[in-house]
Write a protein that binds this ligand. Structure first.
Ligand code: SF4
Length: 373
């Protein structure tokens, strides 16, 4: 059952330099742009706060690089949120940090302002891979970042790691995984590299592992995480018991959230909308664009199957006032024979092997939905 609470996402579109693979929206800021952006952001937070009295129980400050914010800037953002919204005392408040920044200071003021979870962009524990990715930190910086966060009293830390990297093998991945597991973070997100158009990687000759080798890496990673006591609760996410990301779960469970900042998406009062990927237009006149989707069966199938808990038949009936199509169940049973999903009388969920080809499985199910329409 969903409750009346909302999530809040704040986008900080600043990076000191672009990483070679990155497709997120960010710019290299000047002091002037930073100042004007924070002013617009604070105004926009105020406006949203006037539109709803719903309590905020998760807040996520992502980017870009939020750890480039000064104490005054972070304080202005969190102050506007607390003034404008009903931010619950037990809210999960996450901030993304780059191990290349001066984190000792940043983490101190972040915690004093209420941040209680950090997500650290480790990406790899091998120096040559960090260099290929164009990251501006070393593996040791990531280690120091986790130690600093612990020292300052943060007991909910997430680390990002990437797989399917140029020239990677199971051996190199194992070294990277061992390095990340040594950090003993409560949560790990693992993303397969996707070379996106418009990124520097797109134009570089890269020796990227083929689909089979990447699949081997993914399965190996899932096993390693399981053996280290992490629960594989979503395609790309692993958590120690009690440490799933409350904010990200909201996206996959189709719960509502407001996203503020260029490129940020929202799901509010049944509508989905977003801000343009352009900091100047956000500063000039922040306007959201409706994307015309939201809350339908296709979306429920897509998002619920990302989670280990999977698609629940009763929840489906509750939401759409009809049982899931038998054709979908038949297709799921077919995938089950190939070890890609499990079907019970409660619902359908993907296995680790199935999560790797989730797009194919989900599009088979969506084919049934679209035939029905
Ligand atoms: S620091 Fe993060 S957001 Fe910025 S360019 Fe690198 S990956 Fe992208």
């Amino acid at each position: 059952m969903t409750n009346n609470n909302l999530g809040l996402y704040i986008h900080i579109p600043f990076c000191q330099k672009k990483c070679n693979y990155c497709d997120f929206y960010s710019v290299v800021p000047t002091e002037d742009i930073k100042k004007r952006y924070i002013e617009s952001l604070v105004n926009e937070i105020k406006k949203w706060g006037e539109r709803t009295a719903r309590p905020i129980d998760t807040m996520y400050i992502g980017g870009g690089t939020p750890s480039l914010l000064s104490e005054a800037e972070l304080s202005a953002i969190l102050g506007a949120v607390r003034n404008g919204f009903n931010l619950l005392d037990n809210a999960e408040i996450t901030v993304e940090v780059n191990p290349g920044d001066n984190l000792e200071n940043f983490l101190k003021y972040a915690v004093s302002l209420g941040v209680n979870r950090v997500s650290i962009g480790v990406q790899s524990c091998l120096e040559n891979e960090l260099c290929t990715l164009g990251r501006r930190h070393t593996a040791n910086d990531a280690k120091k970042a986790v130690a600093m966060a612990r020292n300052i009293g943060i007991n909910n830390i997430s680390a990002d790691i990437m797989l399917g990297l140029p020239d990677s093998t199971l051996d190199t991945l194992k070294k990277s995984i061992d390095g990340v597991l040594c950090l003993e973070t409560e949560h790990i997100s693992a993303y397969i590299l996707k070379v996106e158009k418009g990124t520097p990687f797109y134009k570089m000759p890269l020796n990227i592992p083929d689909d089979d080798k990447t699949a081997e890496q993914y399965v190996f990673l899932c096993e390693s995480m399981k053996n280290a006591g992490y629960e594989h609760y979503e395609i790309s996410n692993f958590a120690k018991p009690g440490y799933q990301s409350r904010h990200n779960n909201r996206y996959w469970k189709q719960e509502e959230y407001i996203g503020i900042g260029p490129s940020a998406h929202s799901f509010f009062k049944g509508d989905r909308f977003y801000y343009e990927r352009d900091i100047d237009s956000f500063i000039k006149c922040a306007e959201v664009i409706l994307d015309g989707t939201g809350g339908d069966e296709a979306e429920y199938i897509m998002l619920s199957l990302r989670l280990a808990s999977g698609l629940n038949f009763n929840e489906y009936i509750e939401k759409f006032k009809k049982p899931i199509s038998n054709q979908i169940i038949d297709k799921a049973k077919h995938f089950e024979k190939h070890g890609l999903c499990t079907v019970s009388n409660k619902g359908i969920s993907l296995t680790a092997k199935g999560m790797l080809v989730s797009n194919t499985i989900i599009s088979e199910f969506l084919g049934v939905i679209y035939e029905d329409i």
